[in-house]
Design a protein around this ligand. Structure first.
Ligand code: ZN
Length: 478
């Protein structure tokens, strides 16, 4: 399909020269100049299905369900059957499969030394300066090299693995102080492939950007030095915003750069879960996406924008079903907004996930329809599809539709449950294998990929995550 698109483009260029102007308007796979890459962190197929039932019922449609092109992605990393967010996102951004916990580096890069110790000290890097791999270019950097605008939006902290993989290069994802420094023009560790800097950076958590002690609520995270990267970003020409008032007041203009960190309402790190978000303090992911498009679309040479629904993954690690589904729906809303806002004739929108989780939907539940204030829906117990009675396990105890392969809630003896319990915002679904709190693992299954807009037809069938790099690159016309 790439070849077909290129041949088509060449043919059209010749046809235009000959005056056959109808060619460009009849070409149904034009080369787009803008790419928006939506990444639902940990948003496996089961999470998508559950979010659909939760939001619109079994036969309803999320925006993701309406994408005209769809396929699957294999997510394994260089050294692990089950990837973490770092190498999976980095594979999308660079086309290289790397080891778990490595951010946008060559395949031979090690996150740990031979004794199994991480190449980090606190949140600072101790990556060897030589002999441990080298940086590999990201699509964001390639876009900047071609005078395009770039943006990174996440509901997680901007130094977390997914956003970091767009703009930084480091052997271990936990070196978040150095990851932040790589985004700051003028800093000694600045990633010079970012030119004058990323145009839009919006996300959570200022602890890696503020001097030590400046963020009282983050005793175990954040900087250990006196660097004030927020101030340095302002010096580099960024408008800094940290609440909804400042965010709304920012008006896009030529060469205006936006840097937003929203963490007033959060004890440490990340933006709030959608369920907990104060809309008077923090923008939604849809609002951030909309603002980013407004800023980036000022550049007639095009743009690359990455938008991460970062907290879907965190709620799943906590086996906290309702928050995971609410964040998935908020992510879907951002996609809906983007589709309605951009010109799909020159913009490619791709939606995917970086990996699965261990969420399952137990059978054989009768159809529930969407979740309402009085009906638990998919958050409730499995009920018999003929009689409607609660379905029982081998010991005569009911069980919830949603469950996990591993997680924190594994009762020694299962007790009777109610829909009210299992649909509570703070309920943690039961798991087969016991883990510590927040310790549910990623899953190893393939994930969904979908696309709409210019050149979307190349997104089909079974892909490796590294294949997506070429799709984005081609989409940007690079
Ligand atoms: Zn992830």
């Amino acid at each position: 399909m790439f070849k077909g698109t290129k041949i088509s483009a060449v043919f059209c260029a010749i046809a235009l020269t000959l005056g056959l102007v109808a060619c460009s308007s009849s070409d149904n796979t034009p080369t787009p100049k803008n790419v928006i890459f939506f990444l639902g962190d940990g948003m496996g197929m089961t999470t998508l299905t559950a979010a659909r039932i939760y939001s619109v019922g079994e036969d309803g449609e999320l925006t993701i369900d309406t994408l005209p092109e769809t396929g699957f992605v294999r997510t394994f990393s260089a050294d692990s059957q089950v990837t973490d967010s770092a190498p999976s996102m980095a594979a999308y951004m660079t086309g290289v499969k790397m080891n778990n916990e490595v951010i946008s580096m060559s395949a031979n890069t090690q996150a740990y030394n031979a004794s199994g110790a991480a190449y980090t000290s606190g949140r600072n890097s101790t990556c060897p300066s030589s002999g441990n791999g080298s940086s590999v270019a990201t699509v964001l950097e390639l876009a900047i090299a071609n005078s395009m605008s770039t943006g990174v939006v996440s509901t997680a902290r901007l130094t977390h693995a997914t956003p970091a993989a767009t703009y930084s290069h480091i052997c271990n994802r936990n070196a978040e102080n150095d990851i932040a420094a790589q985004a700051v023009p003028g800093n000694a560790k600045f990633n010079k492939a970012l030119g004058s800097g990323i145009d839009v950076l919006l996300g959570g958590d200022s602890t890696y950007w503020r001097p030590v002690g400046a963020v009282a609520a983050a005793p175990t995270l954040g900087r250990t030095d006196n660097a004030d990267l927020v101030k340095d970003m302002q010096t580099a020409g960024y408008t800094f915003v940290n609440d909804l008032t400042g965010f709304n007041a920012f008006t896009p203009g030529n060469n205006k750069k936006l840097f937003g960190l929203f963490d007033q309402a959060v004890a440490q790190g990340h933006m709030s879960y959608e369920a907990d978000r104060n809309p008077a303090l923090e923008p939604s992911i849809a609002q951030m996406t909309s603002k980013a498009i407004d800023v980036l679309s000022k550049n007639t040479k095009g743009y690359f924008l990455m938008v991460e629904g970062g907290r879907i993954d965190h709620a799943l690690h906590e086996t906290n079903g309702k928050r995971a589904l609410m964040d998935t729906v908020a992510f879907d809303d951002a996609i809906k907004m983007a589709i309605s806002k951009v010109d799909l004739k020159n913009t490619l929108i791709i939606v995917t996930a970086d990996h699965d989780h261990t969420l399952v939907l137990n059978g054989y539940a009768k159809r529930t329809g969407k979740t309402t204030s009085s009906e638990a829906g998919v958050l409730g117990l499995v009920k018999d599809y003929v009689l409607g009675a609660i379905t029982k396990d081998i010991n005569g105890i009911g069980y919830s539709i949603m469950g996990f392969g591993n997680g924190e809630n594994r009762p020694a003896t299962r007790a009777a449950l109610t829909d009210v319990q299992t649909s509570d915002l703070n309920y943690h679904q039961e798991a087969v294998i016991q883990q510590s709190a927040g310790g549910e693992t990623h899953g190893g299954a393939d994930v969904f990929i979908g696309a709409i807009g210019a050149g979307a037809s190349v997104v089909s069938g079974m892909k490796n995550n590294t294949d997506v790099f070429a799709i984005i690159k081609t989409g940007l016309g690079l």
